[in-house]
Design a protein around this ligand. Sequence first.
Ligand code: T3D
Length: 264
Amino acid sequence: MTQSDTVLVALNDGVLRLTLNRPEKLNSFNEEMHLALRAGLQRAHDDADVRAVLLTGAGRGFCAGQDLGDRDPRKGGPAPDLGHTLETFYNPTLRLLRALEKPVVCAVNGVAAGAGANIALACDIVLAAKSAKFIQAFAKIGLVPDAGGTWSLSRILGEPRAKALALTAEPLMAEKAADWGLIWKAVEDEALLPEASALAQSLAAGPTLGLGLTKRLIQAAATNSLDAQLDMERDCQRQAGRSADYAEGVTAFLEKRKPEFRGQ
Ligand code: T3D
């Protein structure tokens, strides 16, 4: 795994906490941070001891998207190939987040701008501090929303709100984002990390296989027909029904005690 201070990594009780850590740049992405985040997500995928992920940011911001200092046109030379940087750095992270069959909780501790906002939206459950805001900052610098933003915004919010946010780059405060259903909830600033950690902890103590299959099903639903989705539910339920966690869940219910899931 890539070792880098740009993403702090800590595993506790099944929760892999990944903290974006370039606070003086509002945790904007340079190449090192890209690779470190990707390595963290890959570990979450590979390591059976990881049963949930908590993604957050250090300092007063969550993530301000691309580090624009690395794109300074005044330094001269040809225009950068941003298609290449998306394919090389952003898109693999987005694909990993969606494909990871373990719950990913995002604690948006402050401003989430550009690709930073859209990486948050790609997580499974998003909590935000009430002071946090989401900004589709791209229009301010002549770019289009990336990191899956056009996909997630239009799916979650529909065209009218997606277009307005993307075309105006107006900040959307956390409470309004929650009212609109863009995120799970907005909480008092000081409650954010305790609440997000407790949620990640309870997910990490859950039936990991079943939770992963649930994520797969809900993500597939957007493009499946009802028939295809019913078939997929049948197949996933078959798999879940053979898991040790299912046997434990039913046994615990019948014995009137709390289940002890092992993620198997
Ligand atoms: O390039 C590619 O590979 C294509 C992919 C693109 C993906 C993208 O994300 S494009 C969008 C890039 N992001 C932005 O355009 C956002 C730029 N930042 C801002 O608009 C503002 O900083 C915020 C609205 C996010 C926050 O404003 P505010 O007033 O709270 O903070 P600030 O004073 O602007 O920023 C604090 C510091 O962070 C400041 O540094 P300083 O002056 O104290 O030394 C600022 O320069 C730095 N910072 C903030 N965002 C970035 C950044 N430095 C580099 N890159 C940034 N994106």
